[in-house]
Design a binder for this molecule. Structure first.
Ligand SMILES: Nc1ncnc2c1ncn2[C@@H]1O[C@H](COP(=O)(O)OP(=O)(O)O)[C@@H](O)[C@H]1O
Ligand SMILES: N[C@@H](CC(=O)OP(=O)(O)O)C(=O)O
Length: 563
């Protein structure tokens, strides 16, 4: 029998409670919260005939009212009875839990903090999400009888069965999921269609399996743990499959569920990242690629925890993408605004929405390396002293489409700008970087919003057709946005240095824009020049002399200077 261990004062005795992951309707104990929310949502969605956006914001508003009551209750109880309660969130990404060996190391890492009582959030093992998506694509055209031969399915099965065996946990931990996954792929093969809704359900198997295996392993080691599917504990989202947004009702619901369970029977919660439940469909949704970061910060906010730790395979947020330039350096401190901007600009290291709950709850986020736990990582807080900083990070977003839109002067300048942006709004196309004059607009389209090649072309054709009613339009593809994240108060210095680099390289910058966030200057160049530009900019800003951002030292309480 496994040795019993003390974990943050909890003596372990029982194995984890494993629920049916496919049961999307909550058990009776949760029905009150969910059903009242769903009833409210259905009522509202029937009533409201306005645009989708205003509908969601009104529903969120109502949800907030419900949430407020429950949150207040939770707040009262938490200050009086939860003295010895959950303290932080620790999120481990796919790279951190890619194998049995990695899961062992993560468990050891958690044990290194015996006084912490963390909520654990996990992503799918390694590249499982990509594999599931590929398996789904192949199932559409391979025929039902060939599903078992899909290479990615075999890889996923092999990885998970091997992990279960190596960690010596019960095969039944994931047996049902593997069977259901196979059935689902056969279903896709039969109907020859993979809708966004099915796609989300399909990828959910990754997180559902990794969390079950890990919770079972913790229990086997004597650390009492309990597995949770986010879509069963109150993660309520919009029904935007593949890119859903968390609704406000999530926070009180999740807080209540986790605290109630913790009080009645303390066990380390192990929660699926990335997943939610659509408010009107009640189907599994996903929060966009890399969405486990957002799950972690949402839990941190819901429970009002002291810290949110995001464990990756790099030494923190770096000065640029290490895959493009190997001299990327860790950034010791960032503000929520800088981190959010960096993520929006395309730095893969953090989910673009993930800073919002942390900022709302004012909860520090620490980005750490699970492969190098002694590295200090990056501490992200509300504010930091940037007076000495110039540039913090350089981010590249590739394969961007730009549009030059020049007015035919049929409309006045007011009419022109509003007409152009209403066309984008009507077609639901996101704009990224914008530069305007009175009669012309240059802008880039957000590539992350459009995932299907076919759709890109169709959408673009339609967009250009509409714009040509009021303007002359030039569409330019294969461009890159280089975002300079830093202290825009020093924009002249940043631009002087950057343009010196561009001039030396003989590169023409095609568009330039300084965002209202005051932490970002964006420059558009050709795709084929972008990586070279990034490396040269990095050398100029970070590799010639002591970079400003390293001047700061952490206070004894772990806060950055100036806080
Ligand atoms: N500015 C950056 N700082 C750190 N990592 C970055 C940056 N830009 C891109 N990356 C990439 O992001 C990866 C970490 O993000 P992600 O793959 O989502 O991690 P995980 O799966 O562990 O959550 C790193 O391995 C690195 O290759
Ligand atoms: N598994 C999901 C969610 C996620 O957050 O993953 P990661 O933490 O490995 O980036 C994805 O691959 O998108």
């Amino acid at each position: 029998m496994a040795e019993a261990l003390h974990f943050g004062g909890i003596k372990t005795t029982r194995s984890s409670v494993i629920k049916n992951p496919l049961q999307l309707h909550p058990p009776p104990s949760q029905q009150l919260c969910f059903s009242s929310f769903v009833a409210l949502s259905i009522f509202l969605s029937r009533k409201l005939r306005a645009s989708y956006n205003s509908r969601v914001s009104k529903i969120s508003c109502e949800a907030k009212k419900i949430g407020k009551l429950e949150r207040d209750e939770t707040a009262n109880v938490s200050s009086s009875s939860y003295g010895n309660s959950l303290s932080c969130v620790m999120k481990f990404g796919g790279s951190s839990v890619a194998s049995a060996e990695r899961m062992r190391e993560v468990a050891d890492l958690i044990l290194c903090f015996p006084n912490e009582k963390p909520v654990i959030v996990l992503s799918a093992m390694g590249k499982t999400t990509n594999m599931l998506l590929l398996a789904g694509e192949k199932a559409v055209s391979c025929g039902v009888t060939n599903v078992l031969w899909i290479e990615e399915l075999r890889f996923i099965k092999d990885l998970h069965i091997r992990t279960v065996n190596e960690l010596e946990v019960d095969q039944s931990t994931i047996g049902k999921h593997l069977e259901d996954l196979e059935q689902l792929l056969k279903g896709i093969a039969m109907i020859k269609e993979l809708t966004p809704r099915t796609r989300d359900y399909l990828v959910s198997f990754g997180e559902c399996m990794s969390t079950r295996i890990f919770a079972a392993y913790l229990n086997k080691k004597g650390i009492k743990a309990r597995q949770y599917d986010a879509f069963e504990i109150g993660f309520i989202t919009t029904d935007d499959f593949t890119n859903a947004e968390i609704l406000d009702a999530t926070y009180p619901a999740v807080a209540k569920r986790l605290y109630d369970d913790w009080t009645s029977d303390p066990a380390i919660p192990v929660v699926t990242g990335f997943l939610g439940k659509g408010f009107s469909t009640c189907a599994v949704t996903t929060l966009g690629r890399g969405g486990s970061d957002l799950t972690a910060t949402a839990i941190g906010k819901a429970l009002g925890l002291q810290e949110i730790q995001v464990w990756k395979d790099v030494d923190g947020v770096l000065t640029c993408d290490p895959n493009i330039h190997s001299h990327a350096q860790p950034i010791p401190y960032l503000s929520f605004d800088e981190a959010a901007e960096l993520a929006y600009c395309g730095a893969q290291v953090l989910h673009p929405q993930s800073m919002k709950p942390a900022r709302d709850g004012n909860i520090p986020v620490r980005v750490k390396n699970s492969y190098n736990r002694n590295a200090s990582g990056t501490l992200i807080t509300k504010s930091r002293d940037i007076s000495k900083a110039v540039l913090t990070s350089i981010v590249l977003k590739r394969n961007v489409t730009t549009l030059d839109i020049i007015s035919t002067r049929m409309l006045g300048s007011f009419g022109f700008l509003s007409k152009v942006f209403s066309i984008f709004a009507d077609l639901g196309i996101s704009v990224d970087v914008v530069a305007t004059s009175e009669v012309s607009i240059s802008l880039t389209l957000d590539p992350s919003r459009i995932w299907s090649r076919e759709l890109i072309q169709q959408e673009l054709d339609h967009l250009v057709e509409e714009l040509e009613k009021v303007a002359v339009v030039t569409l330019l593809q294969r461009r890159s946005i280089i975002s300079l994240i830093g202290n825009v108060q020093k924009s002249s210095l940043i631009l002087e240095k950057a343009f010196h680099v561009f001039r030396n390289l003989g590169v023409n910058v095609q568009m330039i824009s300084q965002g209202a966030s005051k932490v970002n200057i964006s420059l558009v160049v050709d795709d084929n020049e972008a990586e070279h530009c990034l490396r040269s900019l990095h050398k100029a800003f970070f590799e010639s002399g002591l970079p400003e951002l390293h001047v700061q030292h952490e206070n004894q309480n772990g806060s950055p200077p100036g806080l």
